[in-house]
Design a protein around this ligand. Structure first.
Ligand code: AMP
Ligand code: MG
Length: 408
């Protein structure tokens, strides 16, 4: 059996990062920045008030209370027409440009309303107080978001603030299909004898949507040599990557294996992991192919371990693997000690705030309900065959964003 990490390395080495394109900020979520986003101006572009209040000279309000005449009002979005001369004040709103002459802002809470023509300031403030200097957030030429960053909603704000359409890596288009004569569309109301609904494509469409990747859904392909050959060639035509499920294990009718073997550059791996031991990886007409096992839980686990990291690498990301955190096993588990076993667990915090892991249900590779109920994988590594309640355990947080590279 191939060690998991070695298999992951090979899968990632077998894909290439795509080219780049410039996109609008609206389209940039979850894309990976290919060039640093650099500001051509300073942000804020002008010194402005951080409070609603009065722009004054600090030296004029050194002793309070003091009543000053008001020059004018500056709402946000307007510009001052007069400088603040000695012994005067200008009424200013948050975000409005500071008038010349003023060196601080007294918040409205520190004043007593006089007439609209004057204000009484009850406590003084120092020079610079409540003034946001020009360039206080971003200086001219500053890198606002580093190349290689996978853009979150928070980064989009920084990009918008400097008015930049980011240059990002292209997204792979994924061609996906299920295989198997027993598999029928999930919309089938009454199942014929021996038939099952296709759950794998439902999961795959979901996980691709989570990555915000475009896909072409090629449907269900029967266990038929000609049909499969045609489907894989078509997939290679329309996709930058191909995902299929089923037909890669040891059965007599695993024609997928036969077809892919013909194509010359697909390997069939037995990975030392559970679920998901059988896995096909290689190229069909130069397009990377991920042949996932048909069992639904294996499909998800294999997607997580190989396909998602490889797709992220194609998208230009360097953080490819989900975070690990240490938790505590809440019950005894026994696993195959020759494999890295991904136990589907539910997590609940204990009194110290540590995650306590309990099996989310049956651990068979066909039991989707336990997968659906799970929050994480408890990873029981090769060489460990059992854990007891209270033992520390490594949790792989498959709902958290990736934070590890190949060597972390
Ligand atoms: P296979 O890898 O083709 O030998 O399939 C392994 C198991 O997964 C069999 O029990 C299949 O019926 C089941 N299976 C294969 N494809 C799907 C699918 N798309 N949806 C649900 N179950 C599947
Ligand atoms: Mg099959």
């Amino acid at each position: 059996m191939k060690p998991l990490r070695e298999a992951q390395r090979e899968a990632i080495a077998g894909v290439r990062r795509l080219g780049t394109e410039r996109v609008r900020v609206e389209e940039a979520l979850d894309r990976v920045l290919a060039e640093p986003a650099i500001s051509s101006g300073q942000i804020p572009p002008f010194p402005n008030s951080a409070m609603d209040g009065f722009a004054v000279r600090a030296s004029d309000i050194a002793s309070t209370p003091v009543t000053l005449p008001v020059n004018e009002d500056i709402p946000a979005g307007t510009v001052p027409t007069m400088a603040v001369g000695p012994g005067t004040a200008t009424r200013i709103m948050t975000g409005a440009p500071m008038p010349d002459g003023a060196d601080c802002v007294v918040p409205v809470e520190e004043t007593e309303s006089g007439t609209s023509d004057s204000v009484t300031i009850v406590s003084g403030v120092a020079v610079g107080t409540h003034v946001r200097p020009a360039g206080g957030d971003i200086r001219v030429g500053e890198v606002v978001v580093e190349a290689g960053t996978r853009l979150s909603a928070r980064h989009l704000g920084s990009l918008a603030s400097i008015g930049v359409a980011p240059v990002v890596f292209r997204q792979p288009v994924v061609a996906l299909m299920s295989t198997g004569d027993e598999v029928v569309e999930y919309t089938t109301e009454i199942l014929g004898p021996g038939k099952i609904r296709d759950t794998n494509r439902a999961v795959l469409r979901g996980v691709l949507d989570e990555l915000r990747l475009p896909y072409v859904d090629l449907g269900i392909i029967g266990d038929d040599v000609e049909g499969l050959r045609e489907a894989y060639l078509h997939a290679a035509d329309v996709g930058d990557a191909i995902i299929s499920t089923g037909g890669v294990s040891m059965g007599d009718f695993d024609f997928v294996k036969q077809i892919l073997r013909e194509s010359g550059s697909v390997d069939f791996w037995k990975v030392a992991m559970q679920p998901g031991k059988p896995f096909a990886f290689g190229q069909v007409s130069g397009v990377p192919l991920f042949g996932l096992p048909g069992n639904p839980v294996s499909t998800f686990v294999s997607f997580e371990q190989f396909v998602r990291p490889a797709l992220l690498a194609m998208m230009g990301a360097t953080k490819l693997f989900r975070p690990w955190v240490q938790g505590v096993m809440g019950e005894n588990v026994t696993t195959n000690d020759e494999k890295d076993v991904f136990v589907r667990v539910m997590l609940a915090p204990d009194a110290d705030g540590s995650f306590v892991a309990i099996k989310a249900g049956g651990q068979g590779s066909n039991i989707l309900s336990a997968l659906a109920n799970s929050d994480a994988f408890a990873v029981v590594p090769v060489g460990v065959g059992s854990l007891s309640a209270g033992d520390p355990v490594k949790l792989e947080m498959f709902t958290w964003d990736e934070n590890r590279g190949l060597d972390d």
